[in-house]
Each structure stands twice: as structure tokens, then as C-alpha cells.
Design a binder for this molecule. Sequence first.
Ligand SMILES: Cc1cc2nc3c(=O)[nH]c(=O)nc-3n(C[C@H](O)[C@H](O)[C@H](O)COP(=O)(O)O)c2cc1C
Length: 133
Amino acid sequence: MIYVSNHGGRQLDHGRGAMEVLPEIVAAVGGRVPVIVDGGFNRGTDIVKALAAGADLVGLGRMQCIGLAAGGSAALVRLLEILETEIQICLGLLGVNTWAELDPSYLHPAPPVSTGATLGSFPLLTLEEQSFY
Ligand SMILES: Cc1cc2nc3c(=O)[nH]c(=O)nc-3n(C[C@H](O)[C@H](O)[C@H](O)COP(=O)(O)O)c2cc1C
């Protein structure tokens, strides 16, 4: 198995994100072994994107910590249920019945519509302050 991760972005600041390097690693692996990816997967649609890009598995770090902190194991289970529902809705809206039907043709680059802050490196800074960095 190949594990694609930048360790949650904490090892090498400003390094490339796991999703950015995933396609080239999937191409190099060529299906010989499963590929797992982690880093910044916070919504069901994020997970769908990773599988469309060729990952076989997605790892979750901070999201599970947030669930546990919010309400222990029951909240963690609820968090995973919400992710599952988001995935089902996304696949349904894409018209996809199985994971195998997903491929990179479902992905299209798009500029961010807002600056991520809540789970970002500097969540307490204003947009103006963030643009300084
Ligand atoms: C509480 C916590 C501790 C972690 N400790 C380490 C660590 O010691 N070494 C490491 O390489 N990555 C560590 N990570 C990063 C995870 O292995 C994983 O790559 C990352 O959490 C995935 O990104 P995500 O948190 O956005 O889902 C840690 C993550 C969390 C949430």
C-alpha cells in the first residue's frame, strides 16, 4: 500500500498538499497496490473527490478529533454518519451507482470561492491579515 500524506501539513510548512500530488502518485503506482490519502478531508464531497482522483482509501485525522471533542464516541459516530450521507447525496447527484464508476473526468479545477479559515492555520485572523501571509 502507498500512503500519500503530508502529515496534516505540520511537517513541512507550505509543502504541496496530498490532493495535489495524488494524481501523479496514482499514475506512478498504476494500480499495483492500493493508495490511501489523508489531509484536509472534512466533507463527504472531499472524500468523493479523492476517490475520483484514484485513491482507494481516505484517512481522517482532525475531523475525528473534533467529533470526539464535541461529544465523545457518540458524536464521532454521528460525524461519520453525516459524512456517509454527504457521500451518498454527492454520488446520487453525480448519477454514480458504484465507486468504480468514478474517475478523474468528474473533477475540474476551480478557484476557491472564499478563504478557508475555521480549520486553517490562522483561524483567528481577518481576511486582510491572512492576505499579509
Ligand atoms: C492529534 C493528531 C496527532 C498527530 N500526530 C502526528 C504525528 O505525530 N506525526 C505525524 O506524522 N502526523 C501526525 N498527525 C497527522 C496525521 O497522521 C494525518 O496525516 C493527518 O491528521 C491527516 O490530515 P487531517 O487531520 O486534515 O485529516 C497527527 C494528527 C492529529 C489529528
